[in-house]
Design a protein around this ligand. Structure first.
Ligand SMILES: Nc1ncnc2c1ncn2[C@@H]1O[C@H](COP(=O)(O)OP(=O)(O)O)[C@@H](O)[C@H]1O
Ligand SMILES: N[C@@H](CCC(=O)OP(=O)(O)O)C(=O)O
Length: 378
């Protein structure tokens, strides 16, 4: 799909996930920027009025909490951050509830951690709840559950969270609103001659190298996490636009198909919901290292993983486990459900499919990871 075609398809988007960063929602002091907050709410309400379903992923709880508590420095410890978020989340929701109500829109708060998405049962539960809210015409407002999330179960940044949510609700587009107009050739805050990139067809290492961290006190991740989020959402087949939360009318312009912000083109096919879930789990139980030929076959030719391309296996896992597939460069290229245990794979690695029976004494599958149970992450 070309950029122009993709922009055109955005006009028909029915379900949007819009993520708004702290940099848009708060002043440098951490106090809420009411003008921008009101404008974002008004513009999203207008999209609801136009018949679209909107899911808002909001940051700003930590900043707003710090602002209310009068604290000047970013909290250093997790409990301090959690205390600030506990204060700030209430402030945020109070404002959203009040402002959306002015446009007759009911909102719901959903606070998630990675654990809620990594466990298949909880993932499905979250999916059903969000689906029900949308059917009822409610606008769900999502943030990470910072108050309880310890390091191991945190998503850690709301860019990634919004990509996971976009996959969860099967969104037509993910829009990331921030303080810059998109991805620039370098950080525009420090490099005035940086140029806006209008379209990213593929997230290459060169594109990744353009992204720097955040310049704001209360934000997390800068462009680095936005590119990660774009990688995840586009791997689900969902287009992503990074655009300004400072300029008015950006969401509407994107949905009119105008050339606004940086568009990341989706991979060709929408990943099935079940496959998408494979990308969520933090609990990969092992690694399968593959050679360059197998990596190419997986990434470019839509093939399953066969024993012949496997170089080695790390960890101990059973048949049916979620495993990472690692390319020859050491990068995780895919995740999938293994048809054989680690021990079995070690015995058949490098062998032809026709040899599996002779080596193991049985053959349940030709593929070590079948294409239907595999999601490409690069
Ligand atoms: N190549 C780049 N293009 C645009 N912004 C960049 C780039 N590299 C780093 N940044 C920084 O990323 C910031 C946006 O991310 P962040 O501060 O986390 O905002 P938010 O709170 O909206 O998530 C910009 O203000 C800018 O300082
Ligand atoms: N959950 C945190 C936001 C973390 C985050 O990623 O912030 P941002 O970089 O502004 O999107 C909060 O509400 O403060």
């Amino acid at each position: 799909m070309t950029a122009a075609e993709c922009r055109r398809t955005l006009r028909n988007s029915k379900r949007l996930v819009v993520k708004v960063g702290t940099s848009t929602l708060t002043h440098p002091s951490g106090k809420l920027n009411l003008e921008r907050l009101e404008r974002v709410v008004r513009e999203l309400a207008d999209q609801v009025n136009a018949g679209r379903q909107v899911i808002l992923v909001t940051s700003g709880a930590v900043g707003a909490g710090m602002g209310r508590l009068g604290l000047k420095e970013k909290p250093r410890t997790l409990p301090e951050k959690q205390a600030a978020a506990a204060v700030g989340q209430g402030i945020l929701m109070h404002m959203y509830e009040k402002l959306f109500a002015e446009y007759g829109i009911i909102v719901a708060q959903i606070l998630l951690t990675r654990d809620d998405l990594a466990d298949r049962r909880r993932y499905l539960n979250a999916r059903h709840t969000l689906g029900t809210l949308l059917r009822l015409g409610v606008l769900p407002i999502i943030n990470e559950n910072d108050t309880v999330a310890v390091e191991e179960i945190r998503v850690g940044d709301n860019d990634t969270l919004s990509a996971l949510v976009a996959g969860l609700v099967d969104a037509d587009v993910l829009i990331l609103l921030t303080d810059s107009e998109g991805l620039y050739t370098s950080n525009p805050q420090t490099c005035p001659e940086a140029k806006l990139i209008h379209v990213v067809e593929e997230i290459t290492p060169e594109i990744e190298s353009l992204a720097g961290g955040s310049s704001s006190t209360w934000s997390t991740g800068g462009m680095v996490t936005k590119i990660q989020a774009a990688r995840l959402a586009t791997s689900f087949g969902i287009p992503v636009v990074i655009a300004s939360g400072f300029l008015p009318g950006q969401v509407a312009a994107i949905l009119r198909g105008e050339e606004v912000g940086t568009l990341f083109l989706p991979r060709e096919h929408r990943a099935q919901a079940r496959k998408r879930w494979l990308a969520y789990g933090p609990s990969v139980q092992g690694k399968i290292i593959v050679d360059a030929g197998a990596a190419r076959a997986l990434i470019h030719s839509g093939k399953s993983l066969l024993p012949s391309g496997i170089v080695s296996v790390e960890g101990e896992f059973d048949q049916g486990s979620l495993v990472s597939i690692i390319g020859p460069g050491g990068q995780e290229i895919a995740r999938g459900m293994a048809n054989y245990s680690a021990e079995e794979i070690r015995r058949i690695q490098g062998k032809k499919t026709s040899e599996i029976l002779a080596v193991l004494g049985y053959k349940d599958y030709d593929e070590v990871v079948h294409r239907d149970n595999l999601i490409i992450l690069v």
